[in-house]
Design a protein around this ligand. Structure first.
Ligand SMILES: [Zn+2]
Ligand SMILES: [Zn+2]
Ligand SMILES: [Zn+2]
Length: 746
């Protein structure tokens, strides 16, 4: 490069600040790459940012620009395709590019900063006055010319250290040098084993039929997307394994996303059986160093199969040719906080497109969005309906809990007469039972019998849940725990009612009805320690207890051969949440758990208890009912132009002051109104849970009808600059966030 030319770089920062800044780069740095981190001056501080553009200009041009302080990464940690993907994510989710880039690096890849003190002039202090501390520092430096700042301070003591350093600096005796280190280039090692000469992954005829178009995509030049709709137990995993092996032997890499950390060991083990230590695991519960190590193995090309949760959508596979999203309907694929608020499932579609990879979305109960996309021809829909090595669809019994309660009291609403009989039958024949109650604690509502007052968490607008195990009231949103009052704080009455059914209450009822039965409860309260989730499922599989009772956690993971009865305690839980996806979620959960009943020869049975058994999502197990349900719910969404028919974007303003949260939302609303151009605006209104962890939250939603890409793109550009404007106007405590395609409506 001509030395009279200066390089200019554009830098973004991992901050909500959504701006690009330019800096001069010393001309001798010719190794700088897109995506590298640099330390630069920003608002009188030194900040770390990412290089997103490099240009060169004539010497005078960059005169007014500030100079880069230090280049941190010796090579870019991102491939060009990855950079393209990250830019897309930033644009689509209206999220600052710097934050997206930071999210794409493993936590263990932080920047290491070191500060050194160096003696530059031995004579600078001649004839000058020393303080005691200055003298100590000076003498130490005379012996060895440079020290790490922290080490020196530690040795001398912090008393008067900073002012002594300042005086020495002023006198020109010393200088302080700050250096950074980050990502080092990894020598490529694409030594991962690819040819797996092992027993054939045998496919049934039904599976082979489904596999044939996938094979076509993997071996052809135009990779496609598939929605694999396969009932529980139809053997989707065999399809995944087969596709992975084919991809590997073609020289490609494979990424498998799973919805929960607890499910990674199971899938990783299954893939490990075939592909050995070529398999890497990535998830947020790993230690920083484990994550970094896995990331580096993948980056080097040593590992070509990655199994991981949401954030592994950023896995640095260099030749990604197959991307699998298992249980694609799961809400956990969406990051709700902090930015970028992305959906790994939706991002997978884009990453597959950029990389030229085959995309495989798998589910027993696909999301409405994916069903819609399949219908529109965006994915090829493939159905796997035969239960692999299993008996027919289980028999369903619907129980009206209201009638049970009238007949036999509240305890019959927990375990109905029929469910009790069925449990007794299965226990006596040595079979196992799964019971679902998607609510933890003992009782989700503590209410005064006299005045109706319900105890609420003071920091959140959420009623306390009574926990029998700890005899306390817990807030399930912020974790606050407090003693149960002995009288109503409103009217002084001592008669408090514990209403509703939590898992602990079901557990107690079971022990009353079946004193000798071995029950394992599985919810967030029993699975807080590492691997406990996995251990419970494993113990159940081994037959260490008879009944597995739990929240939605029990819906997935491990196949249980010996389970022949599934009971759903209150199928309505969650059905009346103010969320347009409430019935879809209810339907999915019930279908998943119901699908666990039955084994090779003995058909399973499912007892569904509900206060509203005629509700469609509650009747939706079995293939025909599923189809009916999808049709009905699709119609409803279309009528309201809710997703997948329209695009929903939620703006939220939050503050510890209710008024300022409200004013923030009003401001957003007024700007949106100007640019909404006929799109539906909802709000400003408080969030369903208005106060959460002491902060008030107000929202404005915009529903963009139709999803025409070009118009959406224009709209988003406007929205983005609007966000910048509003953020500038807002007071400090006020936070503003934007969520594109939100999943959590509460
Ligand atoms: Zn709880
Ligand atoms: Zn009261
Ligand atoms: Zn709370």
């Amino acid at each position: 490069m001509n030395t009279s030319e200066n390089q200019i770089i554009s830098v973004v920062f991992p901050l909500l600040l959504d701006e690009v800044y330019s800096y001069k780069v010393p001309s001798e740095w010719n190794e700088i790459e897109l995506g590298c981190r640099v330390a630069v001056p920003l608002r009188n501080k030194t900040e770390v940012g990412f290089v997103i553009e490099i240009s060169s200009g004539p010497g005078g041009y960059s005169g007014r620009l500030k100079q880069v302080i230090s280049l941190i990464d010796s090579r870019s940690p991102f491939s060009n395709k990855m950079l393209k993907f990250l830019r897309w994510m930033s644009e689509y989710y209206l999220s600052p590019l710097g934050l997206v880039m930071k999210a794409a690096l493993p936590a263990g890849m932080g920047v290491k900063k070191s500060k050194r003190v160096i003696l530059i002039d031995r004579d600078a202090m001649k004839g000058k006055r020393f303080s005691e501390v200055m003298e100590l520092i000076y003498k130490k430096l005379l012996r060895k010319e440079s020290y790490s700042y922290a080490h020196l301070k530690n040795f001398i003591g912090s008393d008067g250290f900073d002012s002594a350093m300042e005086a020495l600096l002023k006198a020109g005796a010393i200088k302080v040098e700050i250096s950074y280190s980050g990502y080092e280039a990894l020598s490529p090692d694409r030594s991962g084993k690819r040819d797996f000469q092992m027993e054939e992954i045998l496919l049934t005829r039904a599976q082979a039929k489904v596999y044939s178009p996938i094979h076509g995509s993997l071996s052809g030049s135009k990779p496609k997307g598939f929605l694999l709709h396969g009932v529980t137990g139809s053997g989707k995993t065999e399809i995944y394994l087969r596709a992975a092996r084919e991809t590997l032997s073609n020289g490609g890499d494979v990424l498998i996303l799973v919805p929960e950390i607890a499910l990674t060991p199971q899938i990783a083990e299954r893939f490990g059986q075939y592909f050995g230590d070529n398999v890497s695991v990535l998830h947020s519960a790993q230690t920083e160093s484990a994550r970094r190590k896995a990331w580096e193995r993948i980056k080097r090309g040593e590992s070509n199969v990655v199994v991981g949760t949401r954030s592994s959508i950023f896995a640095p596979l260099e030749n990604l040719k197959l991307l699998i999203v298992d249980e694609e309907q799961e809400p956990s694929y969406k990051q709700t906080e902090p930015d970028p608020r992305y959906s790994a499932r939706d991002a997978a579609v884009m990453r597959a497109k950029i990389e030229g990879a085959t995309l495989l979305l798998g589910s027993a109960t696909p999301s409405l969005e994916s069903m819609y996309n399949a219908k529109k021809g965006r994915y090829k829909y493939i159905r796997l309906s035969e239960r692999y090595g299993k008996a027919a669809t289980p028999t369903l019994h619907l129980i009206n809990s209201e009638a049970e309660k009238i007949k036999g009291g509240f305890s019959k609403a927990i375990i109905s007469s029929l469910l009790k009989t069925k449990i007794a039958e299965r226990l006596s024949s040595g079979e196992q039972i799964i019971l679902l109650q998607n609510r933890r604690g003992y009782s989700p509502l503590i209410r005064c019998k006299e005045c109706g007052h319900a105890e609420e968490c003071p920091d959140c607008n959420v009623t306390f849940t009574y926990h029998a195990a700890t005899n306390s009231m817990n807030c399930h949103y912020c974790g606050k725990r407090t003693a149960v009052p002995y009288k109503c704080p409103e009217c002084g009455n001592r008669d408090l009612l514990f209403q509703g059914i939590g898992t602990q209450r079901v557990e107690k009822e079971l022990s009353k009805l079946f004193p000798k039965v071995r029950v394992q409860r599985m919810d967030m309260d029993t699975t807080s320690s590492k691997n406990s989730h996995w251990k419970i499922l494993n113990d159940f599989k081994k037959g260490k207890f008879d009944i597995l009772l739990g929240t939605q956690m029990i819906a997935k993971g491990l196949d249980f051969e010996n389970v022949t009865l599934v009971g759903i305690i209150s199928a309505d839980t969650g059905l009346y949440l103010p969320d347009f996806r409430a019935s879809e979620r209810t339907f999915q959960l019930i279908s998943q758990v119901a699908g666990r009943a039955g084994r090779r020869k003995i058909p399973g049975e499912v007892v569904v208890q509900s206060f509203a058994p005629s509700n469609l999502p509650i009747q939706g197990i079995g293939e025909e009912e599923q189809e009916k349900f999808y049709k009905q719910i699709m119609k409803e969404r279309k009528l309201q132009s809710y997703p997948p028919f329209g695009k929903l974007i939620v703006f939220e303003s939050s503050s510890e002051s209710r008024e300022s949260a409200m004013n923030g939302a009003k401001l957003i609303h007024s700007v949106l109104k100007r640019i909404s151009n006929g799109s539906k605006l909802l709000g400003p209104a408080p969030a369903v849970i208005e106060k959460l962890r002491k902060r008030y939250r107000w929202r404005v939603m915009i529903l963009l009808s139709g999803t025409g890409n070009k118009r959406l793109q224009e709209m988003k550009l406007t929205l983005r600059s609007m966000m910048k404007e509003i953020r500038k106007k807002m007071q400090r405590d006020l936070r503003l966030s934007v969520d594109v395609d939100p999943v959590n409506m509460l």
